[in-house]
Structure formats: C-alpha cells, structure tokens
Design a protein around this ligand. Sequence first.
Ligand SMILES: NC(=O)c1ccc[n+]([C@@H]2O[C@H](COP(=O)([O-])OP(=O)(O)OC[C@H]3O[C@@H](n4cnc5c(N)ncnc54)[C@H](OP(=O)(O)O)[C@@H]3O)[C@@H](O)[C@H]2O)c1
Length: 287
Amino acid sequence: MDRQQCVLVLGATGYAGRHIVRQLHDGGYRVRAVVRDKQRALETGAYDAPALHGRVDEWIVSSDGSQLDASIMTEVDHVVSALGVTRQQADPWTVDFLLNLHYLKLAEQQDVKTFMYIGVMNAATGTSTVSRAKHAFMEALGRSSVRAQIVNPSAYFSDLTEVFNVARRGMAFGLGNGSVQLSPIHGADLADFCLAKLSDDAGTWDVGGPEVLTYRQVVQLAFQTLGRKERYLPIPGVVASSAVWLTDRASPRAASLMRFFLEGIQTDSVGALHGHRTLGEYYASLR
Ligand SMILES: NC(=O)c1ccc[n+]([C@@H]2O[C@H](COP(=O)([O-])OP(=O)(O)OC[C@H]3O[C@@H](n4cnc5c(N)ncnc54)[C@H](OP(=O)(O)O)[C@@H]3O)[C@@H](O)[C@H]2O)c1
C-alpha cells in the first residue's frame, strides 16, 4: 500500500493556513504543522477559521522557526507555506522572505517534491516592503530545485470583514470612487484550490472566489446586508500618500503595511474564479 502523503504546513495558525490544514486532513493527507503556540492552534482562529484540534498529526512548536533544521522535512512530500506578516509585529523581510527562504533550503536538503507558497497578486510591481519581500521569495522559489508552486489569492473574506465593521460603525471609506476590481475568496475555497494543485507541476496561479466585485460594490454589499443607507467617503490619492509619508516618520513598519494596503485597493486583483462561497453570504453570517 502507498505511504500516506505528508504535507508540512507553515503559517498553519493563520486564516489561510487553518483552512488549508483542515482540507488536507479531510483529504487524507498526513499533516505536520509548524506553529508558535499550540494551545492557540487547537482553538478556533480569527474570522471563524477552523480549530486545528484533531487535524494535525505531528506538531512542531517553535517560537523562532529559523532555529529548526532539515529533520522537520523528513518524509515530507509537499510543503505549503501561508507564512507571512499581516497584523503581527514583525518585519516582512525577516518573515516573508528570510524565514520562508530558510524553510525552502531545508526542503531542498530533504528532496521535498513541491513547495507551495501563498503569495499575493501584483507583488512584482508593489513598492511596499511587504510586496518586495514576497516577490523576492517568489524569485528564490522559482530558482529552487524543489518544484515551485505559487498561489496568489485575491482579497480574503477575513480582510474584507473590516469593510463590514466600518459600515456597521456608519461610514466606509476608500480610495477615489472605489472602482478597483477584486474577486474576494473564502479561506475554504482557497484551500480547495491549493489542494487541487498540490500534485501538479510547477506553476503560478492567480485565484479568486466565484465573483468579481469593485471595492465600491463590496462597500454597498456591507451596507445592504446591514439594512443601512450607504455612506462612503472617497479619500483622494494625495491624502493617502501624505498619510503614509507622515506614518513613516513615526513607524516605518506601520507605513509599509499601510502602503501595501493602499496599493492593494488601487490595483485590480482578479484571479481565476473558483469556489462557491460568496461575500454576500459571509456578510449575512456576520450580521
Ligand atoms: N488577507 C488577505 O486578504 C490576503 C490576500 C492575499 C494574500 N494574502 C497573503 O496570504 C498569507 C496568509 O495570510 P493570512 O490572512 O492567513 O495571514 P495570518 O492570518 O496573519 O497568518 C499568517 C501566518 O504567518 C505566521 N507568522 C506571522 N509572523 C510570524 C513570525 N514572525 N514568526 C512565525 N510565524 C509568523 C502567523 O503565525 P501566528 O498565528 O503565530 O501569528 C500565521 O500562522 C500572507 O502572506 C498574506 O499576505 C493575504
């Protein structure tokens, strides 16, 4: 009988990571997860992302993954990395680039078949540190002896929860008229896409959920779900850039995340349409 395929998941406690672990477990894979805090991992995550209790076969607990050696890759067939800085107090170069690169080197040493990286669309053109760090890792991965798989999702439902929350407070805002296009994706639909690609060749895929919406339509959907009249404040680009410049004086890290977010809502990010979970259903569940 064939050995059960083993997948090492990095960033397993995040929104995307938790959905990926659940799908892998349900799909019959052996899951090895690297986490910083096992107790937190066992519980349900933010935005109702799945608890990892009963879904992980082997735990690797490490507060600083850079100390781990190639033994963590023993018998691993595939690595999936959803490791990246979002709201954490950390430098994207240290995590998105260097820490992922560290794991890639360990995977190379143990001849792992594939390394799937959950990146972001438009990283090659983004000017924030987050985009640059992600793009640098994608470049390194593309030159690796391990088969490189890069999945670039559109906006997660988790991130778009914030639009719902500001609508709940009565006023949403966005850059200009909000005509930028997104294809919002639920973590479970993203995980489903990743699993389908796991045994594929090397490749890069832009992926979104089942529908394309402008940012403004997302705002309208939030107000509509709440049964409220839409109130939208368009922020001129120059005001947003000045805010980044001023924030940079106090906190370059916060300014970089702000720049990443602003570039994200100025640039279309529409991937191949995938899955069936709609943002409208998700917002209705928040109400
Ligand atoms: N959110 C979106 O709309 C969106 C869209 C496209 C792409 N992406 C990208 O997809 C990836 C996953 O996003 P997500 O929303 O799932 O993020 P998330 O919920 O913040 O999860 C990130 C994961 O990375 C880990 N991590 C962060 N900093 C770390 C550090 N210093 N040391 C060790 N581990 C660290 C986190 O561990 P802890 O749980 O211990 O903090 C967590 O497991 C990110 O690279 C993100 O940029 C996000």
